[in-house]
Design a protein around this ligand. Structure first.
Ligand SMILES: *Cc1c(COP(=O)(O)O)cnc(C)c1O
Length: 438
């Protein structure tokens, strides 16, 4: 059994009065001893805050509660805590009390797009299912800050059953994303039951779990949990590392267990000012993730949720970071940078521009080095007129009796069989004016 770090030994001694290796690795012990107030935080980390600062901190906690696992707190460097990425993600800042007029409680309209308890149904074929409101660590940058620590939002089994019923009655849903809160704060038995119920629905092809426990409570990934998850394939897991410092020996072990069980792993990071808003830090993070068999999936622009203004960067910072990754490193180490559209439009990918110009038979592109190149397009291309009657088409797409699809959005404009020429936002004043004159 390996040694604990000096800081971990200090924290165990403070809590237990003695050092016990098994205690530290017991995830329930970690939860029971989660740090929820400033005084305990000071005592366990050895950091001392000036008295006037403590007063504003307490006001912040009244609005947005704190909870930090002893494990995650042990990663903070007390000598330079103010600049510490782990500290900044877990410890309250008085800046959280600042509210901008463009910020919203529920900026992604997750509650508005909810047809059943806990369900957000935004995209045609997949749903977000909030199955737990409990987290082992309260991220200060949480997009669901409005719900953090609020017992009223803990879904009952009856509500969960209503959510399952909705999925059952909605045959388009082929992908169910369990989120929360953290689904891994539920017991193994409960998760087993939940996954079994969802698996029984014939149209559900895959289940995903979004969790931060590999980052803040890696001991939750027990052999028992993994054995159970293994019985519920195909199951995908997305986790939430934001900084290379979070990839410790313990979190690597947790990721190894999941990857060895054949569970594909992805990572969703959030771009956070003074935490990871640096191309070198994100590159290092992505490299460490792929070493641990975790595919960087999304890099999120920070949402417009209330109290997050001190975490937000300009969008240009994200583009600069992606510019430093594409071409410079392995393709599978590059996440997709997205803005989750305020008001519930879903995730929108953002990229540097690679198309420099275009004519009818040439595309002018630039690569990651700045080399400008020409891709010659065919001078003659016989377009296969598409009337969406796939059974008569020479391209022979076999639809196997599937329903005819209706084009939506920009796809509709590109289609040959639809006459629509433009998509006009509701209430567009220019069009309104036009109608009056007609
Ligand atoms: C993010 C999200 C999904 C999943 O989106 P993917 O791009 O498929 O990962 C589904 N539903 C909601 C409401 C989401 O926010």
């Amino acid at each position: 059994m390996e040694q604990h770090s000096f800081r971990q030994r200090k924290i165990i001694n403070q809590i237990e009065g003695e050092e016990d290796v098994n205690t530290w690795r017991d995830w329930k012990w970690q939860i029971k001893n989660a740090i929820c107030d400033i005084d305990s935080f000071e005592k366990l980390t050895g950091i001392k805050f000036p008295p006037e600062e403590k007063n504003t901190l307490k006001k912040t906690l009244d609005k947005f509660p704190m909870s930090v696992t002893p494990y995650y707190a042990s990663l903070i460097d007390p000598q330079d805590y103010k600049n510490d990425p782990v500290f900044r993600q877990s410890f309250p800042s008085p800046d959280e009390l600042i509210t901008q007029d463009y910020e919203m409680e529920d900026s992604l309209h997750e509650d508005k797009d909810s047809p059943a308890p806990g369900i957000t149904h935004r995209y045609p074929d997949r749903v977000l299912f909030h199955v737990s409101n409990i987290c082992s660590m309260y991220c200060r940058h949480c997009t669901r800050k409005r719900k953090v620590g609020d017992q009223d939002f803990v879904p009952s089994k009856k509500e969960i059953l209503k959510g399952i019923e909705y999925i059952k009655n909605t045959p388009q849903i082929r992908d169910v994303l369990l989120s929360g809160g953290d689904p891994f704060m539920l017991s193994d038995e409960y998760i087993d039951w939940l996954l079994s119920e969802i698996e029984k629905i014939p149209h559900v092809e895959v289940v995903r779990i979004g969790t931060r426990v590999p980052v803040v409570l890696p001991y939750r990934i027990t052999d028992g949990l993994v054995e159970m998850l293994k019985r519920h394939q195909p199951l995908w897991i997305n986790t939430h590392f934001n900084h290379p410092r979070e990839l410790t020996a313990s979190s690597s072990r947790a990721l190894k267990k999941l990857a060895d069980a054949g569970i594909p792993l992805g990572n969703q990071s959030v771009l956070l000012a003074n935490v990871n808003d640096c191309p070198k830090i994100i590159k290092k993070l992505c490299h460490k993730l792929v070493q641990n068999r975790v595919r960087p999936y999304y890099l999120f622009q920070c949402d417009l949720s209330e109290g997050l203004s001190h975490f937000r960067t300009p969008v240009g910072k994200g583009i600069e970071i992606i510019e430093s990754l594409i071409g410079h490193t392995s393709g599978f180490a590059v996440p997709t940078y997205v803005i989750d559209a305020p008001g519930g439009g879903g995730k929108i990918p953002i990229m540097p521009n690679y198309i420099v110009s275009w004519s009818t038979n040439k595309v002018i592109l630039r690569n990651y080095e700045g080399v400008i190149t020409t891709y010659k397009e065919p001078d003659e291309y016989i377009n296969n007129f598409c009337d969406r009657k796939c059974e008569d088409c020479s391209l022979q797409l076999n639809l196997e009796g599937a329903e005819e699809e209706v084009e939506i959005g920009v796809e509709k404009l590109l289609s040959d069989s639809d006459e629509t020429g433009s998509l006009i936002p509701q209430g567009n004043p220019r069009i309104k004016k036009r109608k009056k004159h007609d």
